[in-house]
Design a protein around this ligand. Structure first.
Ligand code: SF4
Length: 368
């Protein structure tokens, strides 16, 4: 194994801005494979790509490069300072989504690291994975000594707590391996389990994605009505379990310039945002993949939960939107806010509405 090359590679990774880097043998992640199979069989991952392919696809680095020797795992810190913007009711965006899309940022940095490695070892082959890639990144991070699991299933690193996103590089270059991190270091603490408003951490280290607020803001279609209130003012992702974690206290923030969308954006201008505005404002962030309709749906739910009557005109406008999903959630939000204008417009909308799901939402809203 090449100790000097390993030390230089880690130095380069830190220079690129990663806050942790570790190296594991490119061997099967057996623990993760068992756990993934169990989660798929229990139906807790039914909306995820994991349930459509064999577990081995996500846990065997050698499927990416047959002669793979090493798996380099990096942690990218994303805690940036917060600000509010605009007037009126505000939503809440998960911190990882405020800056430029991390898939782009981490992939670019890993690509640079790969090019550096190929400069040292011209025969080097490497493949990069960031979130949507085939490797289970949290299991890879633990195997490479980057961090331990928290009871909220996030990876907790020494320098940046759990405020990190992860990436991997699988390579055929033999490097010096790190010891795996302990499986967990939470001890008796179970603050995040108790703080999760939807009870999505059904037991330590096990998340029921169907209840997780972050998942609800990303799912397709109509959000189950009974779950909308727990979403609160979140319009993308959720940080509640991380905010409550004592291991995340005292972590250094990065500079404010990297913030593209405020942590607490004004909601009313976002409800009927045009495609052009969406592409411009949301397009460069990690929120963009859910698309304009899901994003506006989330804004409608947050406005309904906040219950500020200043949102009524924008919600009335959304009642005539071409997308049934928007009309359905706007009707629900108007029902939450109530008031005579909202009722009048809901009754009018009921007369011309043809989509059964929307009719049902309007009737339910009028029932409120
Ligand atoms: Fe672990 Fe406590 Fe942090 Fe949850 S809040 S991840 S139990 S240390």
């Amino acid at each position: 194994m090449n100790d000097n090359l390993t030390a230089q590679l880690k130095k380069k990774a830190f220079e690129l801005g990663f806050s942790a880097v570790g190296i594991a043998p490119a061997a099967a992640l057996d623990f993760a494979e068992e756990s993934l199979k169990e989660r798929v069989e229990s139906g807790r991952l039914k909306d995820y790509g994991f349930s459509r392919k064999p577990a081995e696809r996500f846990t065997h680095p050698e499927t990416l490069i047959p002669e793979a020797k090493s798996m380099i795992v990096v942690a990218w810190p994303y805690l940036i300072s917060e600000k509010e913007e605009g007037r009126g009711p505000k939503g809440r965006v998960a911190r990882f989504a405020m800056g430029q899309d991390y898939h782009v940022v981490v992939t670019e940095r890993l690509q640079e690291l790969g090019e550096w490695l190929a400069g040292q070892v011209p025969s080097a082959k490497y493949k990069i994975c960031v979130d949507t890639g085939p490797m289970i990144d949290r299991a890879a991070a633990r195997a490479a000594g980057v961090g331990s699991y928290g009871k909220n299933a996030s990876i907790i690193t020494e320098k940046s707590g759990s405020w990190v996103v992860l990436g991997e590089m699988i390579t055929d270059v033999e490097l010096e391996y790190d010891d795996p991190s302990p499986m967990e270091e939470c001890g008796n603490c179970d603050i995040c389990v108790k703080k999760c408003p939807s009870g999505a951490i059904i037991c330590p280290f096990v998340i029921d994605q169907t209840k997780c607020i972050s998942h609800l803001t990303q799912m397709k279609g109509i959000i189950p009505r009974e779950l909308r209130p727990i979403i609160g003012d979140s319009i993308y992702g959720c940080d509640i379990c991380q905010e409550s974690c004592p291991k995340n206290i005292g972590i250094d923030e990065k500079t404010a310039e990297e913030q593209l969308i405020p942590r607490f954006p004004a909601l009313i201008p976002l409800l009927n945002i045009s495609q052009e505005e969406f592409d411009q404002i949301i397009g460069p962030t990690a929120i963009a993949w859910i698309g304009r309709t899901r994003f506006r749906r989330n804004v409608a739910v947050a406005l309904g939960n906040i219950g500020d009557s200043s949102a009524v005109p924008a919600l009335i406008e959304a009642l005539t939107d071409p997308e049934p999903v928007i009309r359905a959630h706007a009707a629900w939000a108007l029902g939450q806010i109530s008031g005579s204008d909202a009722c009048e417009e809901l009754k009018k909308a009921l007369e011309s509405e043809t989509d059964e799901r929307v009719i049902e939402e309007i009737e339910s809203a009028l029932g409120n």
